[in-house]
Design a protein around this ligand. Structure first.
Ligand SMILES: [Zn+2]
Length: 380
């Protein structure tokens, strides 16, 4: 399995200058390659693939542009691959009937990553520092050691800070069996509600920061466009976004870690991406983003620990009684599930989590994923 290890970089002023110079080179290549694809499509109705752009366009541009000549060759190829991936994802979305726009030209603010395909080609670890071709040896904060074989690495700029991410191939490290499985309901009131009645709420500091984020967003929208006060408000907003994102990521990792230690398997609801995108409230969209990220993290940790993880359709999980299966209608405000058919009284979210766990055992998703370790065999 692939794991990502991310570290903060501390380039000198000169090195940071070189990094920005290379980013600009990569961005120029990205935009030129995108323009070529668009032009060709408009003129002939045909597309152009990665290999042709890498063998014809890249060498030509590299001769003309000094920024490109300054960049590592195989990392430039990675940027072309990135564009190719963006197009493939775009076509896949169209094919599946989704509303999708083609890849867009990148402004300097929106282009922040350079990738290297193989360690050793233009990048390597030298004397505890990260060596990059034409940049030099950059100081790295190694806050933990890398486990496994490095496949690719990428350099990212975020709010003026630099990071390096190593994608590493590593073996799963199974944890001892516990003998318990859990259904998980994600909600606004409790971030996580489990089928055995536990609730984990988002911490106060996170909700506080989220409020500050909303405030910063409002401040920005009050400022006049093009003014320096607006620019400053923009910088502040970006900082708040980063703060919230970091806190949220930290919280999600901690919750997922606790769960993976405590249970052998996880049944969660499939998130409806479309419904999430359409809602207009910022606070809601923040929790939506957290849920998606949380499930990704939980899935990764579960896989790494040899636990099973299964997503099931979420429709009707809160209305159906987990005891007798009858539908018990209730509005969002009703927090307790009170079944008139079998007399079951439960917390609303716990009832939903129980239904989710049940579906993982009996639903079509359980039958479709027969190659997975079945939850029933885990229970023995
Ligand atoms: Zn019932």
């Amino acid at each position: 399995m692939i794991k990502v290890f991310k570290y903060r970089l501390y380039p000198t002023k000169k090195q940071a200058g070189f990094l920005v110079f290379q980013l600009e080179g990569h961005r120029y290549l990205y935009n030129q390659a995108l323009a070529q694809r668009k032009e060709l499509y408009q003129q002939t109705g045909k597309g152009i693939g990665y290999s042709l752009q890498a063998t014809a366009l890249l060498p030509k541009l590299r001769k003309e542009n000094e920024q490109l000549a300054f960049c590592n060759y195989s990392s430039l190829q990675q940027t072309l691959r990135r564009l190719d991936k963006a197009f493939k994802a775009f076509f896949a979305r169209i094919k599946s009937g989704e509303k999708a726009g083609p890849p867009r030209f990148k402004s300097a603010e929106r282009f922040n990553t350079i990738s290297y395909a193989t360690p050793g080609d233009g990048c390597q670890i030298k004397e505890n520092r990260l060596y990059l071709q034409n940049v030099g040896c950059i100081k790295v904060k190694w806050h933990r050691s890398i486990k496994g074989k490095v496949k690719t690495l990428s350099i990212t700029r975020r709010n003026g800070k630099w990071y390096v991410s190593f994608a590493v191939e590593c073996d799963p490290e199974p944890l001892p069996k516990i003998g318990k499985e859990v259904g998980i309901d994600l909600g606004l009131k409790a971030f996580v509600a489990t089928s055995d009645g536990q609730q984990i709420e988002a911490p106060k500091y996170l909700r506080k920061s989220e409020k500050k984020l909303v405030k910063a967003q409002k401040r920005l929208s009050r400022r006049q466009k093009g003014s320096s006060r607006r620019r400053k408000a923009g910088v502040l907003l970006a900082k708040k976004h980063e703060e919230v994102a970091n806190q949220r990521l930290d919280f999600c990792h901690k919750v997922a870690y606790c769960l993976v230690k405590a249970y052998d398997g996880f049944a969660v609801e499939t998130l409806k991406v479309k419904a999430m995108v359409q809602n207009k409230y910022l606070s809601k969209s923040i929790s939506d983003a957290s849920w998606g990220m949380f499930l990704l993290i939980l899935k990764g940790k579960a896989e790494s620990a040899g636990r099973w993880y299964r997503e099931v359709p979420s429709n009707g999980t809160s209305q159906r009684c987990s005891g007798c299966g009858e539908i018990v209608k209730k509005s969002l405000a009703v927090r307790t599930h009170n079944c008139p058919h079998c007399g079951l009284v439960l917390d609303r979210d716990q009832n939903a989590a129980l239904n989710i766990l049940k579906r993982a055992w009996t639903g079509p998703s359980a039958l479709a994923s027969k190659f997975e370790v079945s939850p029933r065999s885990c229970r023995l």
